[in-house]
Write a protein that binds this ligand. Structure first.
Ligand code: ZN
Length: 269
């Protein structure tokens, strides 16, 4: 595949990087990333991955754009209110970069559809905001051996880890099972500073780009935490993979996907 003049110009700031170059840019154009959630995390991740020229981007979200989303979900505009989020996100991504094929799934992830959703993608971004979805994505990605980026944001705090099944610990190695419903407030209940999605969602895009191009060190085996009020980033070393984990140890006790009760969870925003 030879680059057109337009592509050479569009990706010139990537191509000039010795770590990326023509070879890395081709890898990006031939790669695919699935973003689950077109919200606070998924929005910046989708913008940067589209701009970077990731060849195929899938986006999963069942909701429509709401006025209260616009404070942080920067892929949607005021004119998009009422539109399906996946449609609004796809329009913005295509407007940024016509090289990108965008595939939309207006749906929630569940044990019924997640394996089918993730199977054709190289890397998965968990941009969801609730524990049932986060454990489901982890377990499905471990079972399907798909690398993914986990992230969570609330108030002025964010966290991030990258899971490469077979190489490092999974989300469940660290957080054994979902907290009881209502034990942890949602962003709707507790609030979140809009730019937090920008910081952490962009880091998720960065991990996807590093995984695809093979550049640098991934955030595997470590949890990055960010406290915006203190402007502190910390990397916490995680226990090795598998030991006692219900899903990624040698003898897993979880071998089927679980749909945890969502009744008490804010599943929408
Ligand atoms: Zn594990």
């Amino acid at each position: 595949m030879a680059f057109s003049n337009e592509q050479l110009e569009r990706y010139s700031r990537h191509i000039i990087l010795k770590e990326i170059g023509v070879k890395g840019q081709k890898k990006l154009l031939n790669s695919s990333v699935l973003i689950i959630g077109a919200g606070g995390l998924g929005a910046p991740a989708a913008l940067y991955l589209a701009a970077a020229g990731v060849g195929k981007i899938g986006i999963v979200d069942a909701d429509n754009v709401d006025l209260s989303n616009l404070q942080r979900q920067v892929i949607h505009t005021t004119d998009d209110i009422g539109k399906p989020k996946v449609e609004s996100a796809a329009e913005t991504m295509k407007a940024i970069n016509p090289d990108v094929e965008v595939v939309t799934y207006k749906d929630y992830v569940s044990s019924y559809n997640i394996m089918e959703l993730i199977k054709d993608y190289d890397f998965i971004i968990d941009g969801t905001d609730n524990f049932p979805a986060k454990f489901l994505i982890n377990d499905a990605c471990v079972m399907a051996k798909k690398p993914f980026s986990h992230a969570g944001i609330i108030r002025f705090k964010g966290q991030l880890m990258t899971v490469v099944p077979g190489e490092g610990p999974c989300y469940r190695c660290v957080f054994k099972s979902p907290p009881p419903p209502d034990a942890v407030p949602t962003c709707k209940q507790a609030g979140v500073i809009g730019a937090m999605g920008g910081v952490i969602g962009s880091l998720q895009a960065m991990e996807a780009i590093k995984y695809i191009t093979g550049v640098g060190e991934l955030l595997v085996g470590q949890l990055l935490t960010y406290d915006a009020l203190k402007m502190e980033f910390h990397k916490i070393k995680l226990p090795p993979r598998g030991c006692g984990c219900a899903v990624c140890s040698k003898d897993p006790t979880i071998t089927k996907l679980i749909d945890y009760a969502q009744a008490a969870c804010e599943f929408k925003k």
